[in-house]
Design a protein. Structure first.
Lengths: 303, 194
């Protein structure tokens, strides 16, 4: 049985949802504002005969033609673009960091969101990019350097027990909590994503997510912002994790603007009821905008 | 003072000094390749033998590529790994246990200092000398790691290899110009065939 069928009661159009999940996803690149501009990237693609089209909601994202390997284009070589799924650009925009701030990225590798955050900060301030896997950290470092990022400190630790001491001890202004998840929403990119799906795995990883979000809330200053994101549909990994944070920490969910079509967070699932505030989280389904699936919520630590 | 406000701040000036002294060692402090230590501001502040100074690093970019010294005003410089200098856009007090700090930037502790590909891509756009602008066929070959002969009558040594793209000159990477040829120093992982 298709594990995604369990979400039929949540989506507005289950047939369209399943049809979209079965279609492959186009390659998308995000323009790295530290190195170039959307106009110059377009011009470079045109000079090289690279097929692309803009996306309607963000002028720094381009969908590439099927025959294009983004890594072999001059804009990639120069660090002007980063290959990144369209919806994965959402959490850094929701985070909305300012130049000069201290930002925590607890599950940073391989670095698409880290480099986007650094660019939004104009490479000023500090991004602490953490991951616990040495190989993935090496990819993160290479990607950040290719993008010309110099405001990143890379740390290696389990995000559930992250220590502030190597990075000055001071709490963060913002945290982008893009946790490991069951990746149901990436099925268009990796058709194997659901092969090993099990409820046990979903529930197990939800425990990890809860602990990572909790630690991020602890190391963010009063009045600071924490964005929580997954690329999965399971409410166990999304609204239930938010519910736990609302119960255990002095924080609240806040709204944010999103030009992509989306649905609100759900308040009822498999006999569980979640706080009405989780409706301000955004669920992005693949059939909404012909993208991958995504979940994103913005929280504020009580001042 | 060209510097980052470090003068008078013995803590950050050359971090190895205090820590090495604390180890109770009797010899002069040496470079610990596993740890980030801040470059001393000037030679007078140097404690660890052979360590490049901030002033030398900035002067090198100014002399070699004509950058404005102010380019690096908001960056601090650190050594981790033998001679490997990192540029970090900010201040940290004690980066103990940090795996990376900004970008690897310059290879020192050798006769001819060598900028990294990423540093040249990031800062080389503002270079006014020792930039060789390659024709497209040469640019493509250079990116693939090949040696090219661009007909250069400037300095020998490490040059910024660049090309014209989308209405401007953009650095590709570092080339070593010797014996009338430009040897590509693109790292293997960055070579491409567009």
């Amino acid at each position: 049985m298709d594990p995604l069928a369990r979400y039929d009661p949540l989506v507005d159009d289950p047939a369209a949802f399943h049809a979209a999940c079965d279609r492959p996803l186009p390659s998308v690149v995000r323009v790295n504002g530290l190195a170039s501009t959307p106009a110059r990237v377009r011009r470079a693609f045109e000079e090289a005969g690279v097929g692309y089209e803009p996306v309607c909601w963000h002028d720094g994202l381009f969908r590439l033609a099927d025959d294009v390997s983004p890594g072999n284009t001059w804009p990639f070589v120069h660090g002007w673009v980063y290959g990144q799924e369209e919806v994965s650009a959402v959490p850094a925009l929701a985070l909305d960091p300012e130049p000069g701030e201290r930002v925590f990225d607890p599950c940073a590798a391989p670095g698409s969101k880290t480099t986007q955050v650094a660019a939004l900060m104009d490479d000023r301030g500090l991004v602490v990019a953490n991951d616990n896997d040495l190989g993935r950290l090496s990819a993160l470092r290479a990607n950040a350097e290719r993008c010309g990022v110099t405001n990143v400190a890379v740390t290696r630790s389990d995000a559930r027990n992250f220590s502030l001491s190597p990075v000055g001890g001071e709490r963060f202004d913002r945290a982008l909590v893009d946790v490991p998840c069951s990746c149901e929403g990436t099925v268009r990119k990796n058709p194997d994503a659901l092969e090993d799906w099990s409820l046990d795995h979903v529930e197990g990883i939800a425990g990890v997510q809860t602990a990572i979000l909790g630690r991020a809330l602890e190391v963010t200053r009063a009045g600071g912002t924490v964005v929580y994101a997954t690329c999965t549909f399971a409410p166990e990994e999304n609204e239930a994790v938010l519910q736990h944070a609302l119960e255990e920490y002095d924080c609240h969910v806040v709204d944010f603007e999103l030009a992509l079509k989306h649905a609100p967070g759900v308040t009822k699932w498999k006999g569980e009821t979640y706080d009405d505030a989780v409706r301000q989280a955004k669920r992005i389904y693949p059939h909404h905008n012909d993208t991958g699936g995504f979940f994103c919520a913005k929280l504020e630590v009580a001042a | 003072m060209t510097d980052d406000g470090l003068d008078g701040d013995g803590q950050g000036r050359d971090g190895a000094a205090a820590r090495d002294a604390g180890d109770g060692g009797t010899d002069a402090p040496t470079n610990d390749g596993q740890r980030f230590d801040r470059l001393p501001a000037t030679a007078a502040d140097r404690v660890v033998d052979g360590r490049a100074t901030r002033r030398e690093v900035v002067d090198w970019w100014v002399d070699r590529f004509g950058l404005e010294a102010a380019t690096f005003d908001s960056h601090t410089f650190w050594e981790k790994g033998a001679g490997k200098v990192w540029a970090f856009a900010g201040e940290v007090d004690s980066p103990a246990g940090v795996e990376g700090l900004g970008m690897t930037f310059l290879r020192t502790r050798q006769e001819h200092w060598k900028p990294t590909t990423n540093a040249v891509q990031r800062f080389g756009r503002a270079a006014t000398r020792n930039v060789v602008v390659l024709e497209e066929a040469d640019a493509t070959a250079f990116l693939a790691g090949e040696t090219v002969e661009p007909g250069w009558d400037g300095d020998w040594g490490y040059l910024v290899a660049a090309h014209d793209v989308a209405g401007g000159v953009e650095p590709i990477g570092v080339g070593l110009y010797v014996h009338d040829e430009l040897r590509s120093r693109m790292p293997k992982g960055r070579r491409r065939e567009p």
